[in-house]
Design a protein around this ligand. Structure first.
Ligand code: ATP
Length: 433
């Protein structure tokens, strides 16, 4: 039987992944449950828009009762924004599997409605349990339908209840050591610029820490390298779509809808400008329309790259559309072709540059007195302090779904292990070598 669960937590407490860990334990799940991140732009999410799904064999009645009892016990039903959904699917025909997969692909990258989810649920004969408005059915169904052509793993360690609210005791030095020994097979452990530990989020109990990586082996090895001086209730490894760019779709500007997750290729038509709050904005056109692209203040040094763009540059932007489909929140940027920029300088005479003869009056040679009109101005190409390639936001500002550049490497092979080493050396910068 396939089981999907979503929308059980709130900012005040709870965690759908913790509930998944309890369920897997109680139901004797042997494989890895899925932690599926869905569209990071939608307005209903509490944090990272995560949903969970897993498969289990056994007495259907018992499985359903255990699942629903645990959901009722742990869901933060008192919170207005918590609307759990649970789905049970006994079996799927190839057509139903395809239908569910299509629903996942849409839910991870667009806004979908509860009505749409209900109709898909009926098509695949899902048994649906709604709590309150039951919006969680959307994520629960999508998680069951998820197919992961690229996948990563996350090992999450959970605290014992008596330590909730207390400072977390993951030794920082051991996180750096773990990172040195396992990066880039593990990723986003730390933020190198801000010297920030990312595996152990402040608040957010019951999670003590979460380690992301390319394989089960590496996240387990990384966990063993950590020094933790508090009791750990349990650990659970999840199979996930985190760090895979599963949410991004190639789109034209004219077809954008609110909350879409997209990749757009186009030309810079308005040079970057700083606006209040430390954000940087520029205009992009792809021939079908125009859009403002924003690198917000939390993206730190990524804004330095964005500021170097100029009108005429051909680029590809990766990111999310907001409530209004006229702004794109940048996650990554690829410079395809730089425009040639020229500065206007005076012509030469007698071996040196002529000087201005006054505003709009052309030029004058200081040595021989010769004059030249404005049309004698010389265009000199200026170098660009930016090269073609991919640029990304720093780890602390990264969406769960965004694929870090370090994951664009091909696995194995001598060249690639060399490339991995290069990444280790270059990780302080944000561009691909
Ligand atoms: P987590 O804390 O586990 O990372 P979250 O708390 O941020 O996740 P949820 O509590 O799961 O997010 O709330 C998100 C809600 O939005 C759920 O009800 C889910 O079903 C719904 N949802 C998810 N994706 C979409 C989408 N693409 N369109 C509309 N609703 C969605």
């Amino acid at each position: 039987m396939f089981i999907g669960v979503d929308d059980t937590d709130s900012l005040k407490g709870g965690c759908t992944t913790y509930l998944a860990a309890l369920l897997c334990d109680s139901l004797g799940v042997t494989g890895y449950p899925k932690l599926i991140r869905l569209n990071p732009n939608i307005p209903y999410r509490t944090r990272g828009n995560g949903a969970i799904a897993f498969q289990v064999e056994g007495d259907a009645g018992k499985i359903e009762k255990t699942t629903l009892d645990l959901v009722k016990k742990h869901a933060q039903l008192g919170d207005d924004n918590t609307n759990p959904g649970v789905v049970f699917i006994h079996e799927l025909t190839p057509e139903q599997r395809k239908r569910l997969e299509g629903f996942y692909l849409k839910t991870v990258s667009e806004l979908v409605t509860l009505e749409e989810a209900e109709s898909v649920a009926a098509e695949v004969n899902a048994e649906v349990h709604r709590f309150k408005n039951g919006r969680g059915v959307i994520g629960a169904l999508a998680a069951v339908g998820s197919k992961l052509p690229d996948k990563t793993y996350e090992l999450i360690a959970y605290r014992v209840k008596r330590n909730y609210g207390k400072e977390k005791s993951v030794d920082e030095e051991s996180v750096y050591k773990m990172d040195r020994e396992t990066y880039p097979e593990t990723f986003d452990n730390i933020d190198p610029d801000k010297k920030q530990i990312l595996i152990s989020p402040h608040g957010y109990d019951p999670v003590l820490c979460g380690i992301r990586g390319d394989s089960v082996e590496v996240v387990r090895r990384a966990w063993k390298l950590l020094k933790v001086s508090e009791e750990v209730e349990r650990i659970q490894v999840f199979e996930t779509n985190q760090g895979t760019d599963a949410h991004l779709r190639d789109r034209r500007i004219s077809e954008l809808k609110p909350y879409d997750c997209v990749i757009i290729e186009g030309e810079v038509i308005i040079s970057p400008q700083d606006i209040e709050g430390g954000h940087v904005l520029f205009g992009l056109s792809d021939g079908s329309g125009k859009i403002a692209c924003a690198a917000y203040e939390p993206t730190g040094d990524f804004r330095k790259v964005v500021r170097k763009l100029a009108e005429g540059d051909r680029i590809r932007v990766f990111g999310g559309i907001g409530k209004h489909p006229n702004t794109l929140n940048l996650e990554k940027l690829q410079v395809l072709e730089l425009a040639r920029l020229c500065e206007r300088i005076p012509p030469e005479c007698c071996g040196r540059r002529m000087t201005s003869a006054g505003a709009g009056k052309g030029f004058k040679c200081r040595k021989c007195g010769k004059k030249a009109g404005m049309d004698a101005v010389v265009l000199r190409e200026v170098g660009r302090d930016l090269g073609p390639g991919l640029y990304e936001v720093p780890p602390r500002a990264r969406r769960h779904l965004s694929k870090p550049l370090v994951r664009f490497r091909q696995p194995k092979g001598r060249f690639n292990s060399l490339k991995s080493k290069l990444f280790k050396v270059m990780r302080r910068g944000s561009s691909e070598p």
